[in-house]
Design a protein around this ligand. Structure first.
Ligand code: CA2
Length: 150
């Protein structure tokens, strides 16, 4: 018998470099929500679907790789805002491809309206979906998507 209150699984939410500064600097670009606010909205969005979330933020690429590897067999899907590593990291792309979990790439800003170097993502080609420019609501959209499809 299925317990309706039991979580359906865990969604890993990964935030990369400098996203710990959310809500403290450049509010005109990144808004006023703090990282803690973002993590709270992820928890609430996941709970609404009977999922739990595991949130990690790191400024170190290796930590992000370790979190992706640990998700294999433990998470139903991944939400990832890799920050500037989006535009530089073949290693993060390889890790996402290796774990083969449904993954949604999120950017708070519309990277396509910004500098040319932000237009290319190493991650998009191995992610199921990409959300950019919806502000921090993008995280909720990503969780709604994963929770209803993963
Ligand atoms: O739009 C996004 O979410 C980005 O992933 C943010 C990254 C940027 O390098 C990507 O091109 C797009 C930068 C994160 C920096 O976050 C800050 C937040 C508040 C204040 C300063 C930086």
């Amino acid at each position: 018998m299925t317990d309706a209150a039991a979580p359906h699984g865990t969604i890993l939410v990964i935030n990369g470099p400098n996203l710990n500064l959310l809500g403290t600097r450049e509010p005109e670009k990144y808004g006023t929500a703090t990282l803690s606010d973002v993590e709270d909205l992820c928890i609430a969005a996941a709970e609404a679907h009977g999922f739990t979330v595991d949130c990690i933020q790191s400024n170190h690429e290796g930590d992000l790789l370790d979190a992706i590897h640990a998700a294999r067999g433990a998470a139903a899907g991944i939400v990832i805002n890799a920050g500037a590593y989006t535009h530089t990291s073949v290693a993060l792309r390889d890790a996402l491809a290796a774990v083969a979990l449904p993954a949604v790439e999120v950017h708070i800003t519309n990277v396509h309206q910004r500098e040319e170097f932000r237009h290319h993502s190493y991650l998009s080609g191995v992610c199921t979906a990409v959300i950019a420019g919806a502000g921090v609501h993008g995280y909720r959209l990503a969780i709604d998507f994963l929770a209803t499809t993963a």
